[in-house]
Design a protein around this ligand. Structure first.
Ligand SMILES: Cc1cc2nc3c(=O)[nH]c(=O)nc-3n(C[C@H](O)[C@H](O)[C@H](O)COP(=O)(O)OP(=O)(O)OC[C@H]3O[C@@H](n4cnc5c(N)ncnc54)[C@H](O)[C@@H]3O)c2cc1C
Length: 349
């Protein structure tokens, strides 16, 4: 990894630091490359790295990231997980330059200006944001913060230990991850495409279904990876990844070769994917079978890789267990370069 200019040092004093180190390794193996040498652990993520060393009751942490935003995100994620792994046990976490306790720098309020179905099960909600430019670079995704009905939203704040302090009880926000499908900087408007999926108690899909002009929510981001830097890509996913794949197709430069595989229920869910790249697009239909049960995305990637060169970037977004199988296949059977893949668990059955 190239030298990263944004750094922070932290110390966590834990009751059982070696168990914490084990938990860090097993949890982050899904999201990063984990290297362990006894009491020394390195987590390598696309946006930076964390070195964690156990010294007696202490975990000494060194973070090194590509941007101030990445540093803030990695610190928050690590801090949240350390407290989660500590559970009921005491944990003291301090940072050399403690973050200023304040409103989150990546949080913006968004206001619904309109919504409409663009296919039977895909609803486009257009929101206004006074600072839409903030979301234009640094990742395609964001956390949608849905306030409880009828209450004035209380937005999260940053704590000095790096964690995020969320409103509780009747003010608790509901958080779901979505993609900025497109951002209109001139109008200060953003389109977000929501899958109206099967299920019960689904605050994200229901928010979109009921969205009316004037509704307020929070958007925390951007994050979660951008358009891969590659001239040849396989992009595959189900309808939850359709907004991300559409945006990537729309943003690649002319000459980029894209083989796209999209799983949807049927032909009426297919949407146009304009692109300056050379696109070879395959729609795959479930024809009424439940989402996340057919392994169509996994099979498409395996077949496409049979005649793809090693430089091909493989990107996927789909149901968690399918994403896990794809990641396993790429890492162990295909031994695909880990810098040339991004496989996301977009939802869980
Ligand atoms: C990086 C990233 C980007 C994403 N971008 C988008 C996006 O742009 N648009 C989008 O619609 N989604 C997107 N998703 C997926 C979305 O976050 C999940 O589908 C989320 O679970 C929806 O929340 P919910 O409140 O509607 O349902 P939940 O409360 O999470 O789940 C309720 C029930 O619905 C089921 N369920 C959830 N999602 C689906 C599904 N897709 N199909 C079938 N059953 C489902 C669950 O298993 C559960 O039983 C993205 C996810 C990630 C990680």
């Amino acid at each position: 990894m190239m030298a990263a200019p944004f750094t922070a040092s932290g110390v966590a004093i834990a009751v059982d630091p070696s168990r914490m180190l084990d938990e860090i390794c097993s949890h982050f193996a899904e999201h990063s490359t984990v290297k362990r040498d006894g009491r020394q652990v390195t987590l390598e993520m696309t946006i930076g790295k964390a070195d964690i060393r156990q010294d007696g009751p202490k975990l000494e942490i060194e973070l090194s990231c590509k941007s101030a935003r990445a540093l803030q995100n990695v610190r928050s994620v690590l801090a949240e997980h350390l407290f989660q792994f500590a559970g009921e046990e005491a944990l003291e976490l301090t940072w050399s330059d403690a973050p200023k306790a304040d409103r989150l720098p990546d949080l913006r309020e968004i206001r619904v200006v309109g919504s409409r179905n663009i296919s039977p099960h895909m609803r486009r909600v257009t929101v206004a944001c006074h600072d839409a430019r903030h979301f234009a670079h640094g990742g395609l995704h964001f956390r949608l913060l849905i306030p409880p009905k009828g209450r004035t939203p209380i937005w999260p704040k940053l704590r000095s230990d790096g964690r995020i302090e969320w409103a509780k009880d009747e003010d608790a926000l509901t958080v779901r991850i979505y993609t900025f499908r497109s951002i209109d900087l001139d109008r200060g408007e953003i389109d977000i495409d929501f899958v109206l999926h099967e299920g019960e108690n689904m605050p994200g899909a229901e928010w979109a279904l009921n969205a009316k002009p004037g509704d307020i929510a929070g958007a925390l981001g951007p994050g979660g990876g951008g358009v891969p830097d590659a001239t040849s890509m396989i992009l595959a996913g189900d309808e939850t990844a359709l907004p991300a794949i559409s945006r990537m197709a729309a943003e690649v430069s002319a000459g980029t070769r894209l083989r796209i595989f999209l799983e949807v229920d049927g032909p009426t869910e297919e949407l146009p994917l304009p692109s300056a790249g050379t696109v070879d697009l395959t729609w795959m239909h479930r024809n009424g079978a439940p989402a996340g049960t057919m392994g169509l995305v996994e099979t498409a990637i395996k077949n496409a890789l049979a005649d793809a060169d090693a430089d091909t970037f493989v990107w996927a977004g789909c149901e968690r267990s399918e994403a896990k199988r794809i990641r396993h296949f790429l890492k162990t059977e295909r031994t695909h370069d880990r810098h040339k893949m991004s496989i996301g668990a977009y939802w869980e059955r």
